[in-house]
Design a protein around this ligand. Structure first.
Ligand SMILES: Cc1ncc(COP(=O)(O)O)c(C=O)c1O
Length: 470
């Protein structure tokens, strides 16, 4: 039974350097059984879709804590907020500009809302195979070329913790008559220490979504939509009623409140947390083969800013892959990380991590480091920094005859599916785009590195649904 499996995992002694941010410790849990507090919109318990009582009170707490004019509680993850925001900020057929490294929920919104995207590629760090920041200058050029653009969508921070210059980007968007939406799913903790980067709405984004469950002590699926643009409130509310469940969980909503209260009452814990991070980075500077991105000045110079709460551990100059490093951490040291990619592993941290957890990770890295050999790898094959040629927009995909063919033979055909590695859930190809040899090669490399490849119809890695390229 899943329930038994979950309970025994808790006893297994494996340390979680992954979401959810409560890290399964009892910091905000007062022992209440979920069944005892699970109810629906009965008298006296307000209604998420028309909040005016106890749920409104939670929204007000969040507005105060995040210093914004309006928040909405999200119980379908950041995903529900992303779909709702993008639909609220556009009309069918609108031109938008989208950072190509956005999460698939953004691409789903683009398809559902019938939008016409122009992609912007963030800069790319060749050494680590990681997207860095979106260039404000490149964005300005794209906006000048596409003056009808209604909305710009950026992910900041990225999964790897890289920030873009939201203040400059927001100014540019507004000067060109476009709004700015920031997927800030990984930045819910920024508000609570000045050692973290600035929050998107404070920097001028019209709307941002933060996932509480990713980096704060809250239950999975909890998130917040934040805005200072009150003119958008009604449209946001209207769309949240479409994309969010009509039976929002009171357990999740009360977890949001407990998380907010915990933060208000324990601000000093964030100082201890950021000190723990600083110590970890200082102590790991002497690793010989393994590289830690935050400890590499040349990497930081490629980023506008960086969230050091993300520990990104690179095996790029060693004889093992990221997936192998993740496996060793799991099997030998009982440390589960958030994700492993071709050449790196992400350890997600939060205010709920312990000295013991950080110590275990540090010791494991030093032991592994001693057993590795320094080598040079060829990075060309790992490079995802190209936007494929597009035949049609994703929302048009059902108008084309679909043929299921072997992926290895798909070169030159037009994809009718999204393909993504999970995590991070960023599409490698979008319906309407042409499949190239290079993409086939890149996906093979990911598969060889034991990275899970998904596609819309679950046909990958063997098959892909395609249309003719004419
Ligand atoms: C950058 C980014 N945006 C959005 C999401 C979706 O968030 P959620 O799982 O809270 O729906 C994710 C999930 O990992 C993500 O990494």
């Amino acid at each position: 039974m899943l329930y038994d499996k979950l309970k025994s995992y808790k006893e297994s002694g494996i340390y979680p350097f992954h979401m959810p941010g409560h890290k399964r410790n009892d910091i905000v849990n007062d022992g209440i059984l979920p069944y005892n507090i699970d109810l629906t919109e009965i008298h006296g318990f307000d209604n998420l879709h028309n909040a005016c009582g106890c749920i409104k009170e939670i929204e007000k707490k969040a507005e105060k804590l995040y210093c914004v004019n309006r928040t909405f509680l999200l119980v379908n993850g950041a995903t529900g907020g992303i779909l709702s925001s993008i639909r609220a900020m556009t009309n069918f057929g609108d031109k938008i500009i989208v950072a190509r490294n956005c999460h698939k929920s953004v691409y789903n919104a683009i398809e559902l809302c019938g939008l016409n995207p122009e992609y912007i590629l963030p800069d790319y760090d060749e050494k680590y195979g990681v997207f860095t920041s979106v260039s404000p200058h490149k964005l300005e050029l794209l906006l000048t070329k596409n003056p009808e653009t209604k909305l710009v969508i950026i992910t900041s921070p990225t999964y790897e913790g890289v920030m873009s210059d939201i203040k400059t980007i927001a100014d540019i968007c507004h000067r060109h008559g476009a709004m700015l939406f920031v997927d800030e799913a990984h930045g819910a903790h920024f508000q609570f220490s000045d050692k973290f980067p600035n929050e998107a709405v404070k920097c001028g984004a019209d709307v941002a979504v933060v996932s509480l469950h990713k980096t704060l002590p809250s239950l999975t699926q909890t998130a917040l939509l934040l805005t200072n643009n009150l003119e958008l409130s009604e449209k946001l509310q209207e769309n949240l009623s479409i994309f969010e469940t009509s039976s929002p969980s009171y357990i999740l909503m009360s977890a949001i409140e407990k998380c907010l209260d915990f933060i208000s009452d324990n601000k000093s814990d964030f100082e201890a947390y950021t000190n723990r991070l600083s110590d970890f980075y200082n102590d790991t500077k002497s690793l010989k083969n393994i590289l830690i991105l935050y400890n590499d000045k040349s990497f930081l110079e490629n980023c506008f800013d960086y969230d050091f709460g993300k520990i990104v551990i690179s095996s790029a100059e060693t004889d093992i892959s990221g997936a192998e490093l993740g496996k060793i951490l799991r099997e030998k040291y009982k440390i589960e990380t958030e994700m492993s990619y071709t050449d790196y592993v992400i350890a997600m941290t939060s205010v709920c991590d312990t000295d013991e957890g950080f110590g275990r990770l540090k010791n494991a890295l030093f032991e592994i480091d001693n057993s590795l050999i320094k080598i040079e790898k060829n990075y060309d094959d790992y490079n995802f920094s190209e936007i494929p040629e597009r035949n049609f927009n994703s929302f048009q995909k059902n108008s084309f005859n679909s043929e299921k063919i072997m992926f290895k033979n798909a070169q030159g055909r037009v994809s009718l599916e999204y393909i993504w590695a999970y995590p991070p859930g960023i599409p490698l190809i979008v319906p309407g785009e042409v499949i190239t040899d290079k993409l086939i090669n890149q996906i093979n490399i990911l598969l060889e590195n034991n990275i899970q490849i998904n596609s819309t119809k679950n046909s990958m890695p063997d098959y892909i649904y395609t249309a003719e390229n004419d």
